[in-house]
Structures are given as C-alpha cells and as structure tokens.
Write a protein that binds this ligand. Structure first.
Ligand SMILES: Cc1cc2nc3c(=O)[nH]c(=O)nc-3n(C[C@H](O)[C@H](O)[C@H](O)COP(=O)(O)OP(=O)(O)OC[C@H]3O[C@@H](n4cnc5c(N)ncnc54)[C@H](O)[C@@H]3O)c2cc1C
Length: 396
C-alpha cells in the first residue's frame, strides 16, 4: 500500500483522496483550516464533465443531492433580446446533468464521503515546506509537526505552498482583469426565469449570469472589468455599498439584472478574478500538483472545480495503471496539461474581451454563444475514455 499525503482538503484534495482510496491507495488529507475551511460563500456550477468525474469514484449522487439541476441556458444581450437558447451538457441524465450549488455545499458533500470511507483527515495542518529524498517525501507543517509518505499531492489551491516549493520561480497568481460580484436574492424571482435554466446576459458593462433555485432564491454573478479590489476595500466596503457601486453599471441595460441586484441584501460578495500562468512545473519524482494549485483559471468558463475533479480521476488511474510512479506522473501531466491550459487560455480570452476599449469586441457584437456559454463540458470520446474508471489510461 502506498502512503500518499494529500495537501489541501478542498475540492481537488477531497476528490483525489476518494479516487486514490478507490484505486487501493492509503491517502491522508492535511487541511490548513482548523474545521471545515473558510469560504467566500460563492456558488458554482458543476458541468457534466465534472459530474461524470465524480461518478467514477461514486460521489456523483451525494453531490447531485446537495445541488439543483441546470438543464438549459439562455443568452440575452443588453437590450434583453434573446440571442440563443440551448440545452446544457447531458440534461437527460439524472447524475451527470449540470448542478448548481454553493462551494461550501460541494466541499461538505465531498468531505462527508471522505469521512464515511474512513480516509484520515488532519485539520489545522498548514503546510510550510517539503523535503524529498530518494526513498520518501516529508511535509512540514506550521505547528512544527511533519508527515512522510511515498507521494505528496499538492491540492492546496491558488496560493499553493507545494507549488512554491516545486517551482521557486513561480510568481503566484495574477489579476485577470475583472472583479467578480456574487449574490443571492430572496426577492421575487425575475419574471423571465424558468426552472433549471441559467440566463447569461451580455450586458454593456458586465457579463451577468443568473438562475433561480428550487427554494426561489436568485443566484447571480457579475463579472466587471476594471482595477482589482484592494485589501482596504475588502475590509471596509459593506455589501450594501458594493450593491450601490454595481447598480449604475447595470441600470442602462434593458434587462432584469439591475432588479435582481437591487433585491439582494447582505448576501453580496466581491472577489478578484485571479489566474496562473501556463507552463509551471507540475511534478518532481514524489510530488505532483492538481486542481487550482496547478492550473487555476479565471472563472469565466466556470470549469475550475470540474477540472479539479477530472484531475483526481486521471491521477488515480495513472498511478493504478502505469508501471512506475515516474511513468504515472508523466502520464497524468501528459493527459491533463493540454486540456487544463486550454481552459486557462479560453477563460483569459473571455475575460480580456470584457475589457473596455476600442479594440475589445463587445460581447453583444458576437451573435453566437461563446465557449463559456457552450462550455468545455462536452464529454467527447477522448475525454470519456480518460475519465471512465474501468478503462486503462493510455500511455500516450
Ligand atoms: C469567484 C469564483 C467563481 C467560481 N465559479 C466556478 C464555477 O462556476 N464552476 C467551477 O467549476 N469552478 C468555479 N470556480 C473555481 C473553483 O472554485 C476552483 O477551481 C476550485 O475551488 C479548485 O479547487 P481546489 O481544491 O484546487 O482549490 P480550493 O478549493 O481553493 O481548495 C484548496 C484547499 O487547500 C487548503 N490549503 C491551502 N493552503 C494550504 C496549506 N498550505 N496547507 C494545507 N492546506 C492548505 C485550503 O484551505 C483549501 O481547503 C470559481 C472560482 C471563483 C474564485
């Protein structure tokens, strides 16, 4: 049995622990937060590819129960004119159709599975650094403790300490050029809202998305180009003040967006869209990065969590099927780098296209749905082959 240290108990870490456990390994999860972890309260959509990845390690059902389905999408422009309407992902499949849920709900569902399967989790274990020898790898934690194993998985997110150790030249995440507003409105749902449908609005000053939960709450986000939110703003600006800053950007449009934001109370948050540069080092002989630690993209494609879930499956299959650990890590990178870096590039492109300026195409000038609206969630033959648990992972 190979002892595997999983650093980070978020989406990628919990998923990797579940997939590795299913493949017969002995993972232990080390999570920095003392309890269940901090969460900015955002929601996310899990696309069909992410749901399919979850199904490979028998976790799609609890996640599906925690969220609600999205089976279709409408795209409208700033005048409220519908540009497109389409089904999303695998709408007819009860487990692999898109799901919407709060990030904390996803993390809770995955952690419950980890607990239920007897996988050890150590909380308040914040990794500081790593030492690697020919025979083992050791994680050193902020409280002075350490743990050794044969493999270490860096699933410690955007600001990964494992990545910093692996690649000291890594400059860390950069600002992608947009502020992302999130909110939940308990006011009456917008008149056009239909069950299980997400509406994407190509507004004049913001890319806006909204959908109504079965409980009648309107979940919404707005991506707005401009300067990053500063540390002072994060500390001092109240949800009500953020609402008043966002509303003037939405009111000129003839859409439902301003009404949704005006009906939102304290449940309104703002964060910066951050992303990594492609080409970072992903592994050594005994350490490997997954999830946001390896390939964080700005949120425009809505694929970060789904990509982390795919990573977990492919890494577990690679370790299970390759003749050596070195071959497994190389095979994992070979299969994951092109797809995840494509997602980073598409997301960066979509984010840049929202930047103001004469050369930037306005979204409303593009009649067809864009990639984020026709998401990279399509499970084609190649992806199906990579993800299906029973299918051996090809070596090239
Ligand atoms: C505004 C926003 C909207 C998004 N919307 C979507 C969406 O709609 N769909 C989608 O698929 N994705 C979305 N994403 C992306 C998604 O949230 C991330 O891709 C996903 O959370 C990555 O999972 P992860 O486990 O790699 O990282 P995280 O979820 O960040 O988990 C990392 C974990 O590691 C722990 N950790 C950190 N440092 C250490 C350390 N030194 N030692 C030990 N533990 C540590 C953290 O406490 C955390 O629990 C969005 C992201 C943002 C910011």
């Amino acid at each position: 049995m190979t002892r595997i240290l999983v650093i980070g108990g978020g989406i990628a870490g919990a998923a990797a622990a579940l997939a590795l456990h299913k493949a017969g390994y002995e993972p232990t999860v080390y999570e920095a937060h003392p309890d269940t972890g901090a969460d900015i309260g955002a929601f996310l959509t899990l696309a069909s590819n992410g749901m399919r990845a979850l199904a490979q390690f028998d976790a799609a059902e609890p996640v599906a129960r925690a969220g609600f389905p999205i089976t279709g999408m409408n795209v409208v422009d700033e005048s409220g004119t519908e540009l497109a309407a389409m089904p999303l992902g695998e709408p007819d499949h009860p487990l692999t159709r898109y799901r919407c849920l709060r990030r904390a709900e996803l993390a809770t569902a995955l952690r419950a599975e980890v607990r239920q399967r007897g996988i050890p989790v150590r909380h308040a274990a914040r990794l500081r650094t790593v030492t690697e020898t020919a025979t083992d790898i050791t994680a050193h934690f902020a409280d002075g403790s350490s743990a050794s194993g044969e493999l270490l998985i860096g699933a410690d997110g955007l600001h990964s300490a494992v990545r910093r150790w692996l690649d000291p030249s890594d400059a860390g995440p950069g600002y992608a050029g947009q502020r992302v507003f999130y909110g939940y409105s308990t006011a009456a749902p917008p008149p056009s809202a239909a069950p299980e449908r997400i509406t994407m609005v190509r507004g004049s000053a913001a890319a806006f998305g909204y959908l109504v939960s079965p409980a009648g709450e309107t979940f919404w986000f707005a991506r707005v180009p401009g300067a990053p939110v500063s540390a002072e703003e994060t500390a001092e600006v109240t949800p009500g003040q953020w609402r008043e800053r966002l509303l003037p950007l939405l009111r000129p449009d003839r859409t439902e967006t301003a009404g949704i934001v005006a009906g939102t109370g304290e449940e309104l948050m703002v964060t910066n869209a951050l992303h990594l540069s492609p080409g970072l080092r992903w592994h050594t002989g005994r350490a490997v990065l997954i999830g946001d630690a390896a390939h964080a993209a700005s949120p425009a494609t809505g694929q970060g969590a789904s990509m982390a879930l795919e990573d977990a499956v492919v890494l577990a299959k690679a370790l299970r099927d390759a003749p050596t650990r070195a071959a497994a890590l190389a095979r994992y990178e070979l299969h994951r780098r092109p797809r995840t870096e494509r997602n980073m590039a598409v997301s960066a492109q979509l984010t840049a296209n929202r930047a103001p300026g004469p050369t930037a195409p306005r979204d409303s000038e593009q009649p067809a749905p864009r990639d984020s609206e026709r998401p990279a969630s399509r499970v084609d033959e190649e992806l199906l082959h990579l993800l299906t648990w029973e299918t051996p992972l090809p070596d090239a």
